[in-house]
Structures are given as structure tokens and as C-alpha cells.
Ligand binder design. Structure first.
Ligand code: HEC
Ligand code: HEC
Ligand code: HEC
Length: 470
């Protein structure tokens, strides 16, 4: 062996070690990138029902047709995504197709994720595969017929799924393009904030003009000065997205509180600025509001003044309930606690909206602000108050501090508590009767056809018999 060999060997070992370190480093970077993307896309929040079992699924996603539960995306081979190949994973996220080929419900927002780059989806996969595997089977979805039939999703996809990656608009700034990718694709803001068309896809002509998340109303966040957020400053939008709280304007409750907690608060300031820049540019869409949601509550608050109004609408005990249950935090005059740690109800978008759902849902569910810095939570009152009391309180606070045109009945509250609305029930019944009606019609047609065939065959047989005899 030549003399120089030991040197060459140690050099080779050094090169090998160096490239190993580089690979590990690259892989670590990939996982870190995937973690950030999983935050921005909120895979985290939507695939976790029990914080001690992250990504194991079982989180309930309410849809107009019923409840769909998220599935386990830990690396567990049997109940998770352990057996998904890279291609199968990309196909699931971008096209909503499960490993076994079944179509996924759009409760998983793949209609937004469709435009995610393959590179980004694979980084998310790298991050998920680095998590501890947890064995947890999926809960049964609660969907009435015909929505429990996955094959109908083929029709939905035909009408609503556009595939193809996000293409930046070269005439725009990098910030705007980043914002577009964050809003339209990763953050799937439209899944909640865009109204649905007749086939229940996102209505692209009315982008971000206001939609629903279960019973919660995800308000119009276009640039419209009255119905949207055109009257907010950039700074206020930034604060809302980063913390979920803009005193004197809006607080994030319900699904938006979760979005802030699980996703938006973890994004870089630069990314939040990009989202704001993009939102500023979304075409303004009008709505039902007569004045901006945050502008109500200007009327001089005189004790009993608005109380008389709620008495007139039959909510006799709204005032008493407010005094005993709410005023401790929100103040007798609804101006919040003196140190500002409990919010004012005056100039609050939930109370000034054109519909009462978010006020009722706040009273029923409270607000879980989670670990967001500087925010406090509000208790849920659903276990304490009956439907009539919740209605009385909602009517009282909207009349006194918000939009006095709003009113709810105990029956409305009962439906919201149950997680459905009259229009949803009507829709399900219509779909069922359409499908049953269609099936009966088909059966009738088949019977008719069978009889015709039978008659045709009998006459053919007679004819042949006749010919044979000849
Ligand atoms: C709004 C809630 C929501 C968000 C956000 C979400 N998912 Fe899902 N996901 C679901 C639901 C619900 C299902 C189950 C759908 C079904 O069974 O038809 C699902 C199913 C899946 C599946 C199929 C797994 C299987 O075999 O059943 C994969 C893979 C997946 N999600 C990955 C992701 C990734 C990655 C992200 C983030 C980029 C993400 N999801 C974000 C709700 C969500
Ligand atoms: C899971 C559903 C959901 C998603 C996803 C979601 N939002 Fe929301 N958003 C809501 C709901 C519901 C409200 C109303 C909250 C309330 O009244 O407390 C809301 C409120 C808001 C408001 C305040 C509007 C007002 O007038 O008070 C802004 C701004 C907003 N969202 C921006 C966004 C952006 C930007 C994204 C995407 C990065 C996003 N949201 C994603 C459900 C959602
Ligand atoms: C323990 C203190 C506390 C009590 C009691 C309380 N709240 Fe709240 N409430 C809060 C906090 C804290 C928030 C805002 C949390 C956040 O989003 O940062 C809030 C927010 C709200 C909002 C705004 C929700 C939104 O989406 O903008 C409404 C409406 C509301 N409360 C109504 C009530 C009513 C009605 C009662 C009485 C039944 C009540 N609160 C009792 C602490 C309280």
C-alpha cells in the first residue's frame, strides 16, 4: 500500500462525516420548514383533539351536512400516515384522495391546499414523520344519508376542485404574493370567510365576502368600508391576526380564536404584514350591514334606557342576568374592566354584526384564548343557562351595546346549541327527498323497461314460433 493512504483515508472519513453533518442539517432544516408550514396551514389545530395526543386526529369539523372528524396524521402505520408514500401524501393534501383511493370530505380544506407547492407539502410530511407515532383510530363521522356516501364527493370535486400550483403575479410585490399564498392557500381563510355557491364550493366571485364555520359567522374581510374591514387600520389588522384582540374593535372568538391560537400567532411579523397587504387588495364586497360592525354602541348609555327596549321584546330578565353574570368582567356599562384586561362590549364586531350567531355562541361556548399572550378567557355559559335565558341575554347586550336590530328567540338558541340551523335541516331533507325521489323514479323506469323487454321478447318468441310452424 502506498505511503499516503492513511492520509487519504482520514480525508475520506472527514469528507464523509462532513457530508453526513450537512445531510442531517439539511434534514433538520426541512423538518423546521415543515413545522412552520404546518402551523401556517393549521394542520396542527385541525388534526388535534386532545393536546396530549398531537396530530392523532379526532377533531370535529362541523359542515352544513353534519360533522366530519379529522384523522390521525402521526407516523403510526395502522391508524396514521406511516404507510403513505411521498406521492400518496401529496395526492391526499392537494387532491383530497386517501391512500386507499377514497375521496376525502372537503372538511379537509384541500380545495385551498390544491395550490400548495409539492416542495412545501413534502416539508410538512418530513415534519409529521418526525413526530412520535400515536395509535388512534378515527371516530365515526356523523353525516346523514346521502352525505355519508363518499362517491358523491366525485361530483363535488368536478364542480369545485381546481388543481395546479400557485403562480406568483409578477406585476405584484413579493410581499403581496406571499400574502396571497398565505391567505388563499396555506391559511385557507376562504374555507370559513368565503360564501359557498350552490354546489357548496367557495364562491370565487365573492372571495372573502363572509361565510360560516359551523354556527359561527366568519365575517366579510374584504376591503368594503361598511361590510368588510376597510375601516380598520393596517396596524389593527396586524394586531388582530397576531393576538386575536383589538380593544374597541374586535376579539377573535370561536373558530377564529383557534386559528389565532394554533396558527397565526406563530407566524413571523413579516408574514402577518404580507397577509394584511393582500387583504387590503381583495376586491370590496358589500353585505347586509348598515354601518361598520365595530361602530355600534355610540348611543349614550343610560341605565335602563336600553333595558326598556329589551323588555319590550319579551326578554324581561336580560338586565338581571347581565348584572349578575356578565357585569363583573364587562362592567355595568359594558365598558370592560378599568384596567382593560376584560374587554369593552361597546364597539365590538360580534355585537354590531348583522346576525346574532356569534353573540349567542360566545355566551354558550365562552372564549378560549389559549396561550395567546395578554389574552384572557371567558367561561362558557351553556351549562348554566336555558335557551330562553341565553336569548334574553343576547337580546339585551345587542340592544344595549351593539346592533339594536338584532333579535333571537329561545327556538333559535336551541338550534344553535344543537349545532344546526333551520336552513341546514331543510337542505338535508331536500337532498334526501331528491335522492329517494330519484331512486324511485329510476326504479319505476327500470320496471317499465323490464316490462317492455318482456313484452318484446314474448312477441318475438310468438313470431319465431309462428315462423317455425310455417
Ligand atoms: C379545517 C381542518 C383541517 C385542516 C386545516 C387540515 N386537515 Fe387534514 N383532514 C381534515 C379532515 C376532517 C380529514 C378527514 C376527511 C375525511 O375523512 O374525508 C382530514 C384528512 C387528512 C388526511 C388523510 C388521512 C387519512 O388517511 O385519513 C391527510 C393526509 C391530511 N388530512 C393531512 C393534512 C395536512 C398535511 C394538513 C396541513 C397542511 C391538514 N391535513 C390540514 C381536516 C383538516
Ligand atoms: C376556521 C374558520 C376560520 C378561518 C380558517 C379563518 N377565520 Fe377569520 N374569522 C372566523 C370567525 C368565526 C370570525 C368571527 C370571530 C368572532 O366573532 O369572534 C373571524 C373573524 C376574522 C376577522 C375579524 C373580522 C371582524 O370584523 O371582526 C378577521 C380580520 C379575520 N377573521 C381574518 C382571517 C384571516 C386573514 C384568515 C386566514 C389567515 C382567517 N381569518 C381564517 C373564522 C375563521
Ligand atoms: C370571567 C370574565 C368574563 C365574564 C363573566 C364574561 N365575559 Fe365576555 N369576555 C371575557 C373576555 C376575556 C372576552 C374576550 C377574550 C378575548 O377574545 O381576548 C370576552 C368577550 C366577550 C364578547 C365578544 C366576543 C367576540 O367574538 O368579540 C362578548 C359578546 C361577551 N364577552 C359577552 C359576555 C356576556 C353576555 C357575558 C355574561 C353572560 C359575559 N361575556 C361574561 C370575559 C368575561
Amino acid at each position: 500500500m502506498p505511503k499516503g493512504t492513511p492520509g487519504v483515508t482520514s480525508q475520506a472519513v472527514a469528507v464523509f462525516l462532513a457530508s453526513l453533518t450537512l445531510c442531517t442539517q439539511l434534514w433538520a432544516n426541512e423538518i423546521q420548514k415543515g413545522e412552520y408550514l404546518a402551523r401556517a396551514a393549521d394542520c396542527v389545530g385541525c388534526h388535534t383533539s386532545n393536546p396530549s395526543r398531537p396530530f392523532a386526529g379526532g377533531y370535529r369539523v362541523p359542515t352544513p351536512f353534519g360533522d366530519v372528524y379529522s384523522t390521525n396524521i402521526t407516523p403510526d402505520p395502522d391508524t396514521g400516515i406511516g404507510r403513505y408514500s411521498a406521492d400518496e401524501f401529496v395526492r391526499a393534501v392537494q387532491k383530497g384522495i386517501r391512500r386507499d383511493g377514497a375521496d376525502l370530505y372537503p372538511a379537509m380544506p384541500y380545495d385551498s391546499f390544491a395550490a400548495m407547492s409539492r416542495e412545501d407539502v413534502l416539508a410538512v410530511r418530513a415534519f409529521l414523520l418526525a413526530q412520535p407515532p400515536i395509535s388512534q383510530p378515527r371516530p365515526q363521522n356523523i353525516l346523514p344519508f346521502p352525505f355519508n356516501q363518499r362517491w358523491i364527493l366525485v361530483l363535488w370535486k368536478l364542480a369545485n376542485l381546481r388543481t395546479g400550483n400557485f403562480t406568483p403575479d409578477p406585476s405584484r410585490t413579493a410581499g403581496w404574493n406571499r400574502g396571497a399564498y398565505l391567505v388563499e392557500v396555506l391559511g385557507h381563510c376562504g374555507a370559513c370567510h368565503t360564501p359557498r355557491n350552490t354546489t357548496f364550493g367557495m364562491d370565487e366571485n365573492r372571495k372573502l365576502a363572509g361565510g360560516t364555520a359551523g354556527i359561527w359567522q366568519a365575517f366579510n374581510i374584504t376591503g368594503d368600508k361598511i361590510a368588510g374591514v376597510g375601516g380598520w387600520s393596517d396596524d389593527e389588522l396586524f394586531r388582530f391576526l397576531k393576538t386575536g384582540a383589538v380593544p374597541g374593535k374586535a376579539y377573535a372568538g370561536g373558530p377564529m380564536a383557534e386559528t389565532v391560537m394554533n396558527s397565526l400567532q406563530h407566524l413571523s411579523d413579516e408574514d402577518i404584514h404580507a397577509i394584511v397587504a393582500y387583504l387590503r387588495d381583495v376586491p370590496a364586497q358589500p353585505g347586509d350591514e348598515r354601518q361598520p360592525r365595530f361602530s355600534w354602541g355610540n348611543a349614550p348609555v343610560t341605565a335602563g334606557g336600553a333595558g326598556a327596549k329589551t323588555q319590550g321584546s319579551g326578554s324581561i330578565d336580560g338586565d338581571t342576568l347581565y348584572r349578575s353574570l356578565c357585569s363583573g368582567c364587562h362592567g355595568m356599562k359594558g365598558r370592560g374592566s378599568p384596567d382593560g384586561s376584560y374587554p369593552s362590549l361597546i364597539h365590538n364586531t360580534a355585537l354590531g354584526a348583522a346576525t346574532p350567531e356569534n353573540v349567542v355562541m360566545t355566551i354558550l361556548e365562552g372564549i378560549k384564548a389559549g396561550d395567546v399572550a395578554g389574552r384572557k378567557s371567558m367561561a362558557a355559559f351553556s351549562g348554566w343557562l336555558d335557551d330562553g335565558q341565553v336569548a334574553a341575554l343576547a337580546n339585551y347586550v345587542t340592544a344595549r351595546f351593539g346592533n339594536p336590530d338584532l333579535s333571537v328567540t329561545a327556538a333559535d338558541v336551541r338550534q344553535m346549541r344543537a349545532g344546526s340551523t333551520t336552513s341546514q335541516t331543510i337542505m338535508v331533507l331536500t337532498a334526501q327527498s331528491l335522492v329517494v325521489g330519484g331512486a324511485v323514479l329510476m326504479l319505476g323506469l327500470l320496471l317499465l323497461l323490464a316490462r317492455r323487454l318482456h313484452r318484446g321478447m314474448t312477441s318475438a318468441r310468438l313470431m319465431f314460433a309462428h315462423r317455425d310452424r310455417r
